[in-house]
Design a protein around this ligand. Sequence first.
Ligand code: NAD
Length: 262
Amino acid sequence: MGRLEGKRAIVTGAASGIGRASALLFAREGAAVLAVDKTRDALEETAAQIAAAGGRAVAMAADAGSEAEVQAYVARAIAEFGGLDVVYANAGISGGLVPLFEQTVEHWQEILRVNLIGPFLALKHAGRHMVNQGSGSIVCTASVAGLRANAGGNPYSASKAGIISLVQTAANSFFGSGVRVNAVCPGLIETGMTKPIFDYARGRGTQANLGQLNPLGRYGEPHEIAAMAAFLASDEASYINGQAIAVDGGLSSTHPFRRPRP
Ligand SMILES: NC(=O)c1ccc[n+]([C@@H]2O[C@H](COP(=O)([O-])OP(=O)(O)OC[C@H]3O[C@@H](n4cnc5c(N)ncnc54)[C@H](O)[C@@H]3O)[C@@H](O)[C@H]2O)c1
């Protein structure tokens, strides 16, 4: 039996990176998955990969930061699967590294809309259904950027710090309902979002430096974040609530440290 056997799940940002790896793993663990993304073709590819592996998936193009579209994806999952047990609110954008004095209100608003208001809307609309049902698990993707500086731009980092607070406050908003809310805080993971960093390092021949700031001395793979999301989504995590768990090779455990040369 898979650890998500019989669960009805939504994964946002499922066309790429951590979201695709999570949709594939959730399905492999027995969940029926509504795969949501704004990028339609790559999303269909995720659903096709799940079907090819013998799993059940439905693809739905939607903007994870639009209230009407979040309501629509929640309604679609319930209609397709007859209920909803898990939401992984994972879709996000980086916004790049724009110098602070050049950042505009519109730039901030778009990053907060997708990265923070999107997960809030998932909590609001899926949470309402789960509270009535008396069970459910909502997982959000925060980041080590939400813990402290130098892992993303100002609005990106603020949006991820906001998610960490959101899972704490929402877990309490759902007091006594049986609905759990948690976040995963990835470190540096090779995905579509970080492709420019990896391409740049490989272009300069400095790829060996990628991930050297954490005590494992390497960057992470999307499946390593998916594993935590699947665990938090599952009943194995039945007493874990309101937490933001770092999956970062130990990056957030250290002070800045220059290792002695061998
Ligand atoms: N890659 C990393 O190192 C890293 C580290 C920490 C946190 N994260 C977070 O992980 C999550 C997944 O990112 P990833 O690294 O897999 O990047 P990715 O770019 O490979 O995947 C993100 C997906 O989200 C989708 N998306 C973006 N905006 C959307 C919207 N408005 N509506 C629907 N879909 C939308 C994109 O189309 C894309 O398919 C993000 O929240 C990101 O902030 C990534």
